[in-house]
Design a protein around this ligand. Structure first.
Ligand code: GDP
Ligand code: MG
Length: 855
């Protein structure tokens, strides 16, 4: 693993990681230099020890003015309204990545904090507020109100590093807002006894392992103290916080001389509810509003007040979101993925034990009806050792078979869609692809697609030339056809084994298995067989009476019944485990698929799982992941934008540009691919990962995600499922209708001349429901606008099966008998296309416009 990859895994900029490595006393490293496990451990140790040797923290100061009215029930029984204006100035201290929540750290000493330390350029919340909101009443083993300052300050005071200046942010006193919030909260619960800072973490208390660190409002109370640069000052602050708290506590009981507490002595018109709002790495404004239970316009208004213009669907970052939540009087709770922790957990064990040989994992791919299912069924039927047990072989999505030469694991989910969607999720589950080609049918489109997908994944192919029992079978023809796709048989000097088989009759099946094992031998597949298990989900479902049933493939370590798993967004303890014959098993080592019961839900195929010791941690991370996080990660990890190509080339982060070419006719596919490939030069290689006819499918997008490719679409469009995935993953799809333009743009991207001046934007899509003839206008299409709107004067394209069949403009646009200028989504209309009378039901009419893009 290189420094760069590690930085990506951990989710911090490479430069930052380099700095941290240097700070930890390791020799300077470049982004491409390898980083060893030992170095990671060293870094971990350093991060644990170092407490906030932060450079000058950044500050963001927000001012707030709030006005509220309080009705005082006067002694004379006459109501009196007082307007209270509170001006607040709060300083948020933004800390550099290396810093830790010393208080929590001392108390817990968990590795989770390290993840936090590396990852979070965040601000800390006052433990006070945090506590009041988070701890369930049951966990309140808090001292009584009269706690001494030292006690109240808690573990931090006993920490030897407590004097490090960088600690400053955590211990600055809470602002008035926070005390108010806390008081409100306490009032709500009828719990006024707990002093701030006490009982930082109850044992059951659900502080997520990914350790939310939160914005800390440094109080204005301390006039000037908020500067908080030195340890001395901090100490005083902390003590004073304790004092303050004590004092406040006393106030609550006795005197009501000051205005702040006094406010609570009277009935306010409405009680503000302080919510704890979980904030993932990114969140839309709408979602945030929902989590705070406020109306979106309120949120937008508040954001505007903070100088951020946003729409309801806009995604805002964690920091802005947390400031906003705070600003609106709620408590932000930052969520973080403990990527580093997981990394260390799994890697830490990897180098302890010796890796041993493991069985190859095989996926069967090929064109429809070429015999994938028959082949898999034959092997399962004849090779899975379930005979003697009298068991019925179950379909669990995978099985392993023993042969005299060794074991092979088959993924029983044929088709490249499954293969590639798993890969798009980052899972590498397959070692070898068996490509099934029917000897009487030859190389077909999905055969080619399978080759492309396997090649993009870097997985070797063993060809099973199937149906050799049939009359028209022609092995030589298959070889010839495959050579044209650079799958060259060994006997012709290539590196691919071809095995003629009949899946139906079982002819030569042993030779096929042997070929697979031979291929595996060359690959020297190994895995650590000891320690905690990690692997990937093959499939999962909910079953009546059994709950969540998932088939997982163990990739390293040993999975045991009773293990606690974190599995994608799910978690749970393995209640029961079965092999492919439905027999209960207690252990499963590398390359062994098992069906497990006990997960909290159904994970996705391709989700990774890891066994953890801490059930609570597994649960917390799973819950956290159920936020928007996954999509974000998917988007982050895998996309390449044409605009960024040059920059990334410059930075040396890219040596080749991966493209997927889809076009309307074969001639265009070839012409475009060849022209694009010819753009390669000494610095950069243009690589066409896949090419094909027809509209963009989900499988294309998955492949693009998996291989960081840009999709070049010539006269074709994405279908609905593909569009959704494009949106989720942020895949760059370029639509063209002139070959020259496509080539120019890619060329410019490579040479850094990228300057798109005019971009096309889809205004709307109408679906043709019915076509009738009009003597005046020819064919008139009765349409339903399914997306956006149709505008009378925009250019249009007619799409059939996501392929452009006509380009032009509208002759007329009608609603009932009236000519109209635009028709919105969900509405029916009549459309006549100028000079085109061949519109058919099922066609789509795409309305677009050209927009200037500022350079
Ligand atoms: P899949 O779509 O790739 O899964 O193909 P299937 O396994 O469903 O097979 C399609 C058809 O081909 C079925 O009718 C099979 O019986 C038949 N078939 C599969 N393998 C052979 C074979 O080796 N010989 C013959 N004659 N037919 C086969
Ligand atoms: Mg099938």
């Amino acid at each position: 693993m290189t420094v760069k990859q590690f930085a990506e895994t951990v989710g911090i900029p490479v430069e930052r990681l380099q700095e941290q490595l240097a700070e930890a006393g390791m020799p300077t490293k470049g982004p491409e230099d390898p980083i060893t496990d030992h170095e990671k451990t060293q870094l971990l140790g350093y991060l644990r020890r170092s407490r906030g040797q932060t450079p000058e923290p950044q500050r963001i100061t927000l001012k707030r003015k709030t006005t509220s009215e309080i009705r005082l029930a006067g002694a004379q029984g006459r109501g009196k309204t007082v307007t209270v204006e509170v001006r607040k100035k709060r300083t948020y201290v933004k800390r550099a990545p290396v810093s830790e929540d010393a208080v929590a750290e001392t108390a817990e000493g968990s590795t989770a904090q390290v993840a936090e330390a590396v990852e979070i350029p965040q601000v800390e919340a006052p433990p006070v507020l945090n506590e009041a909101v988070e701890v369930p009443p049951a966990a309140a083993s808090a001292p009584e109100d009269g706690t001494t300052p030292a006690l109240a300050a808690g573990p931090a005071d006993t920490s030897s590093e407590a004097d490090v200046p960088g600690l400053a942010p955590e211990v600055t006193p809470p602002g008035e807002i926070d005390s108010r919030a806390r008081e409100t909260q306490q009032k709500t619960r009828g719990d006024t006894s707990r002093p701030a800072g006490a009982s930082r973490r109850g044992p059951e208390h659900g502080r997520p392992a990914m350790a939310p660190s939160q914005p800390e409002p440094a109080g204005k109370r301390g006039d000037g103290r908020k500067k908080g640069g030195g340890g001395q000052v901090e100490r005083r602050d902390r003590n004073e916080r304790g004092l303050e708290v004590t004092r406040r506590g006393g106030r609550r009981k006795g005197g009501r001389s000051e205005s702040a507490p006094a406010r609570h002595q009277f009935e306010k018109p409405s009680q503000p509810v302080v919510r704890e709002v979980q904030i993932p790495e990114t969140i839309t404004v709408g979602e945030l509003a929902q989590r705070m239970a406020v109306k979106a316009p309120e949120v937008i208004k508040t954001l505007m007040g903070m100088g951020v213009m946003a729409t309801i669907n806009q995604v805002i970052d964690q920091e802005t979101a947390s400031l906003l939540v705070d600003e609106m009087g709620h408590v932000p709770k930052i969520l973080k993925e403990s990527a580093l922790e997981e990394e260390l957990v799994s890697e830490g064990e990897a180098h302890q034990a010796e890796a041993v040989a493991r069985a190859p994992v095989v996926t069967v791919m090929g064109h429809v009806d070429h015999g994938k299912t028959t082949l898999l069924d034959y092997i399962r039927r004849t090779k899975v050792a379930d005979r003697e047990a009298g068991g019925i072989t179950q379909h669990i999505g995978a099985y392993h078979v023993g042969t005299p030469r060794g074991m092979i694991t088959f993924l029983d989910t044929p088709g490249h869609a499954a293969f590639t969607s798993m890969r798009a999720r980052g899972a590498r589950s397959t070692d070898i692809v068996i490509l099934v080609v029917a000897a009487d049918d030859g190389v077909m489109p999905q055969t080619i697609e399978a080759i492309q997908h396997a090649r993009a994944a870097g997985v070797p192919i063993v060809v099973a030339v199937n149906k050799i029992d049939k009359a028209g079978a022609d092995l030589e023809r298959i070889k010839n056809e495959l050579v044209q796709h650079e799958v060259v048989p060994e006997e012709w000097g290539g590196d691919t084994m071809f095995v003629p088989v009949s899946a139906k009759q079982g002819t030569n099946m042993d030779a096929l298995l042997e070929a697979v094992l031979l291929q595996a031998e060359v690959m020297e597949l190994t895995a650590v067989a000891e320690g905690r298990a990690a692997g990937v989900v093959i499939e999962s479902s909910l079953e009546k009476g059994r709950g969540s049933v998932a088939t997982v493939l163990v990739q390293k370590g040993t999975l045991e019944r009773g293990d606690v798993l974190l599995c994608g967004q799910e978690w749970g303890r393995v209640r029961a485990m079965f092999d492919e014959s439905g027999r209960p098993v207690t252990k499963a080592g590398p390359s062994i698929p098992v069906q497990i019961l006990g997960l909290s839900g159904t994970p996705n195929a391709g989700d990774e799982f890891i066994a953890l010791t801490d059930e609570r941690k597994a649960r917390e991370i799973a819950l956290y992941r159920q936020g928007k996080f996954r999509d974000v990660r998917l988007a982050k990890q895998a996309t390449t934008k044409l605009e960024d190509v040059f920059n990334r080339l410059e930075e040396g982060n890219l040596q080749q540009v991966n493209l997927i070419v889809k076009a309307d006719v074969q001639g265009s596919v070839e012409a475009l691919s060849d022209a694009l490939l010819a753009l390669s030069n000494e610095e950069v290689k243009v690589n066409v990962v896949a090419r094909g006819l027809g509209g963009i499918t989900e499988s294309d997008v998955n492949l693009a995600v998996a291989s960081s490719a840009i999709i070049i679409a010539f006269n074709v469009r994405a279908d609905a499922a593909a569009r959704r995935l494009i949106g989720e993953s942020g895949t760059d799809v370029r639509y063209y209708s002139v070959i020259y333009q496509a080539i120019e743009e890619v060329k410019n991207a490579i040479t850094g001349l990228m300057a798109p001046k005019v971009k096309e934007e889809v205004v709307g899509i109408a679906e043709v429901r019915d076509v009738f003839r009009s003597s005046k206008m020819g064919a008139v299409a009765g349409c339903l606008v399914v997306e956006g709107m149709v505008r009378r004067h925009c250019p249009i394209r007619v799409l059939r099966n996501n392929v452009v069949v006509f380009e032009g403009e509208l002759e007329s646009l009608r609603r009932f008998k009236d000519d109209v200028n635009e028709v919105r989504s969900g509405t029916e209309c009549g459309i006549a296309v100028r000079n085109y009378n061949d519109v058919q039901p099922g066609d789509q009419i795409e309305v677009y416009q050209r927009v200037e893009v500022p350079v």
